[in-house]
Write a protein that binds this ligand. Structure first.
Ligand code: IFM
Length: 463
């Protein structure tokens, strides 16, 4: 199983999950600082401290990237380090950190890929209403301009948002992510304003490109495959509805410049879409150069509990985040599960890629894919994680199959470079190619990291 020459091999992280030092050098508070400090929000009361101390240990982490042989590193920029209040004065010390990071990554011969927003909204903007407020999209574009001017000479690949679906619906409908609100109507406004912010920031990032600069701009989505649990009309209808608020409510404004009629009809009692203004959809659907895809697990959908074994019915990534789908059920199919409880099925990735390539019609990159397992350091000092290797292997095979079916796949980034703060699960879930001992901040490349390094070096999956 060989990948073509030029296929990009990378690894991903995000700011809040690894940096730590949440009050250093003038950084302002983000919604994740507030949320994680709220009792009962994050498992074990974990917060962004200590993270993986990447803020000071980034040189060591860049050296690890070199050992892994990756060609690109996707990181995110913490908006509250750059503009502590989300607007207004720029904090030079925050920019300096990303300056140093980007220079170190480039010196290691690795291409830095920057994401502007991986969920850490400055708390001051949430206090002013957060993403449900239209103004937040304009503040995001201002921040994009600051980062373009700071790093645009060295970062050639930009993604505006990471997983707008999670930011909008886990954060504002399900309440399981920051800012922890459970307001379905507001979550739809938040989603729209995230996409608007993406379009505005895309235009900003394209400005001021010198001749011969090839700055590429896109965003990172987390579409998933939703399959009916049975072929009954009820399960098929529930699947259509769930797909509307999980995938199409994002994809259509981005790639078709519309909101799906059936979704608007399904949500009639929740919102009148008054947040949608003339001209917005031309902004949200501005052409992009690439789309990043994050994929972990597919879901099976049932219209109700009837006839289901209660042990197989789950929240499916928190069903209350599927706005207007309170009646819908997510069904486990008895497949192997990762440590976080997610079923392993690489055909879900194949389906996501083939579907999205039809809609987006630009090169696709898997920007996140990986698995959490309860890793331990063995007596020999290594971290043996054969299940993670099997997960990567099976999903990379799905990527290759999608390429054979004509999907323009240009690269794959493992999630994640380092063990990190896994949002509501705190530090309980380890996704890294590199193990982090949070007490000592010792790093150890896991067996899967060595395996991935070989794949990145040879472009080939060992048998
Ligand atoms: O850790 C997250 C990441 O921040 C966004 N995508 C999914 C990952 C695993 O849950």
């Amino acid at each position: 199983m060989r990948f073509p020459p030029g296929f990009l091999w990378g690894a991903s992280t995000s700011a809040f999950q690894i940096e730590g030092h949440t009050t250093a050098d003038g950084r302002g508070p983000s919604i994740w600082d507030t949320f994680s400090a709220t009792p009962g929000s994050v498992l074990n009361g974990d917060t962004g401290e200590p993270g993986a101390d990447h803020y000071t240990r980034y040189p060591e982490d860049v050296a690890l990237m070199g050992e892994l042989g990756i060609g690109a590193y996707r990181f995110s920029i913490a908006w509250p380090r750059i503009m502590p209040d989300g607007r207004g004065p720029v904090n030079r010390a925050g920019i300096d950190f990303y300056d140093r990071l980007v220079d170190a990554v480039l010196e290691a011969g690795i291409d830095p890929w920057a994401t502007l927003y991986h969920w850490d909204l400055p708390q001051a903007l949430e206090d002013a209403g957060g993403w449900p407020e239209r103004d937040t999209a304009y503040r995001f574009a201002e921040y994009a301009a600051v980062m373009r001017d700071a790093l645009g000479d060295r970062v050639s690949c930009w993604t505006t948002l990471n997983e707008p679906w999670c930011a909008a619906f886990l954060g504002y409908a399900g309440g399981i992510h920051a800012p922890g609100r459970r307001e379905p109507a507001a979550s739809l406004a938040a989603c729209h304003h995230l996409l608007l912010g993406h379009g505005l920031a895309t235009a900003v990032l394209r400005e001021g490109q010198g001749a011969g600069t090839a700055r590429r701009v896109g965003l990172v989505l987390n579409p998933t495959t939703l399959r009916p649990n049975s072929p009954t009309p009820a399960d098929l209808a529930a699947t259509r509805r769930a797909d509307g608020v999980r995938n199409r409510v994002i994809d259509d404004p981005l790639f078709r410049g519309t909101y799906p009629e059936d979704v608007r009809e399904d949500l009639r009692e929740i919102t009148d879409f008054a947040f949608l203004r003339d001209g917005d959809l031309a902004v949200t659907s501005a052409p992009v150069d690439l789309v990043g895809v994050n994929f972990y697990t597919p879901h099976w959908i049932a219209a109700s509990d009837a006839g289901l074994d209660p042990a197989t019915v789950t929240g499916g990534g928190d069903s209350t985040s599927y706005v207007g789908c309170d009646d819908v059920r997510f069904v486990l199919r008895g497949l192997p599960r990762t440590g976080i409880g997610w079923e392993v099925d690489p055909t879900g990735l194949y389906d996501v890629l083939t579907r999205l390539s039809d809609t987006a019609r630009v090169p696709l990159y898997v920007i996140e894919n990986g698995a959490a397992y309860p890793d331990e350091v063995a007596e020999d000092g290594a971290v043996h994680d054969p299940e993670r290797i099997a997960y990567f292997d099976s999903h990379l095979r799905a990527v290759r199959e999608a390429m054979k079916a004509g999907v323009p796949m240009a690269g794959y980034f493992a999630w994640s470079l380092l063990d990190n703060f896994e949002w509501a699960f705190g530090y309980s879930q380890r996704f890294g190619l590199v193990h982090v001992d949070y007490e000592t901040q010792t790093r150890r490349i896991k067996d899967s990291g060595h395996w991935y390094a070989r794949v990145a070096r040879t472009g080939e999956l060992p048998r």
